[in-house]
Design a protein around this ligand. Structure first.
Ligand SMILES: [Fe+2]
Ligand SMILES: [Fe+2]
Length: 242
């Protein structure tokens, strides 16, 4: 069912945005970051009501939306939001999508994460195809200023914080042209896929933590073992995907 819904959305995008790459990316990035906002809304509500205190997850999902915001700023600098019709489609879609995900997340967080995993896989695949088809042409074009600022000079703290796998390496990809920008964006999408897979695992509430969480500074032996299990599950799922 979830898979069918994602396939339907993919089909709609490919039919209506055939040959209009940047407007398509603009719609994709506007809509695709909304679930992270929906997750934080629900978690914030639970926390405010005293039902479930999980500030670490609030932070992780906010950090994911921060990364996606920069993908959106990049495509806006490339002119993806030039026409009102694209802005309208993206924003109307985002509004509807927000409420759908809020209710889906309240009913079944795992299904809401699974849905987002598939959306992120689609984004990764879309950018990968784009890079393969336009490599030479993209290498001749300059990188948007916002991408250089974000990947080279910006505060990438928020980027590193949502990655759930392994040690925290400062992420500073080479950005010399537009090709490098979309390699970085594509790779970001894969980090989101991994995070979404990790969030669906058994015991994820205890194990899935932001790398900069205070709880991670001195992990216990049992929490390290549980994190290993989560990472194994992520790796296994990625193998099945490929
Ligand atoms: Fe993105
Ligand atoms: Fe994404």
């Amino acid at each position: 069912m979830i898979q069918l819904l994602v396939k339907f959305l993919e089909l709609m995008l490919s039919i209506f945005y055939r040959g209009r790459t940047y407007p398509r990316f603009f719609v994709l990035e506007t809509v695709a970051r909304v679930p992270y906002f929906a997750y934080t809304s629900v978690l914030h509500l639970y926390e405010s009501m005293g039902w479930w205190r999980k500030a670490d997850w609030l932070k992780m999902h906010f950090d994911q939306s921060w990364n996606e915001l920069h993908h959106l700023l990049i495509v806006e600098e490339l002119g993806g939001n030039k026409y009102w019709i694209d802005r309208f489609v993206a924003r109307a879609g985002a509004f509807a999508y927000y409420w759908i995900i809020v209710f889906a997340y309240m009913i079944s967080p795992r299904s809401a994460y699974r849905f987002m995993q598939l959306v992120e896989e689609h984004a990764h695949h879309t950018y990968d195809e784009f890079l393969q088809e336009h490599e030479e042409e993209l290498k001749q074009q300059p990188a948007p200023k916002v991408a250089i600022e974000y990947y080279h000079n910006g505060n990438l703290y928020k980027f590193d914080t949502f990655q759930t796998a392994g040690a925290v390496e400062p992420h500073r990809p080479k950005i010399e042209n537009l090709y490098d920008v979309y390699v970085a964006v594509r790779d970001d999408e894969m980090e989101h896929v991994k995070t979404m897979i990790a969030c669906q695992q058994e015991g994820a509430q205890a194990n899935c933590k932001s790398p900069h969480s205070p709880d991670r500074t001195e992990p216990s032996k049992s929490s390290e073992a549980e994190e290993d299990l989560t990472q194994e599950a992520v790796a296994q799922e990625l193998v099945e995907m490929s």
